[in-house]
Design a protein around this ligand. Structure first.
Ligand SMILES: C[S@@+](CC[C@H](N)C(=O)[O-])C[C@H]1O[C@@H](n2cnc3c(N)ncnc32)[C@H](O)[C@@H]1O
Length: 204
């Protein structure tokens, strides 16, 4: 059983090291062990399109794009409600908008061709309501074998309990009606993730 209540878990999060983490000089607000899981997932799934909700300054998009460079495959469509100055990369398309709006979803869909393998990452507004709306929209894009990764399910479990209900509650609300997805518990293997129960694999 994965235990996300260990003292180290809290110690690591509260150290704020994740706010001082960089990919090629660009801030990336992730746990490095999650980035390693991303690399493993990307290599296995080999997506044509990676949809990212929540770009910020684009550190994670650049990480994804450079992983795609190594595999010589994949594009990143990333959306944020705020415009920032960001690094340009041939594989990255930056969009501005509310990720939970149908309009944004429809704009993103235009980049996807029939038969594309699609992976989705939800890392924008971390309230239950917003993440649930995103799940209800973007799960439709995820191809069998691929993932929707719900970031920061750690919120309230155990960090920042005042932010509940958050992403983990959205996952709990979404899954009972979507048995085509399952929590991939193998992604808890490093015993430190910001996304406990957040790696949702499409199995059918
Ligand atoms: C945690 S940051 C993203 C971090 C980035 N993915 C990374 O790993 O470096 C969350 C981002 O979500 C954006 N955001 C908040 N509400 C949003 C919304 N409704 N639609 C799209 N983006 C939103 C914020 O502007 C912020 O840049």
């Amino acid at each position: 059983m994965f235990d996300f209540m260990t003292p180290f878990y809290l110690h690591y999060y509260n150290s704020r090291a994740w706010m001082d983490t960089y990919w090629m000089g660009h801030p990336v607000y992730k746990c490095p062990l999650d980035l390693f899981l991303y690399q493993e997932i990307l290599f296995t799934v080999k997506p044509d399109i990676i949809v990212e909700c929540g770009t910020n300054v684009g550190g994670s998009a650049l990480y994804l794009a450079q992983m795609c460079d190594l595999m010589n495959k994949g594009r990143i469509i990333t959306v944020d409600i705020v415009e920032f100055e960001r690094t340009k990369h041939d594989r990255i398309t930056y969009l501005t908008g509310d990720s939970a709006s149908v309009d944004t979803f429809n704009r993103i869909k235009q980049f996807i061709n029939s038969g594309d393998v699609v992976l989705v990452i939800l890392d924008s507004d971390h309230t239950e309501q917003h993440v649930y709306k995103e799940l209800m929209l973007y799960h439709q894009l995820v191809t069998v074998g691929s993932y929707v990764i719900v970031e920061d399910t750690i919120l309230g479990h155990p960090v920042y309990p005042e932010l509940l209900p958050g992403p983990m509650e959205a996952v709990a609300r979404f899954l009972p009606d979507h048995d085509e997805f399952r929590i991939d518990k193998s992604k808890h293997k490093f015993h430190l993730t910001f996304n406990p129960n957040g790696y949702l694999q499409r199995v059918k």
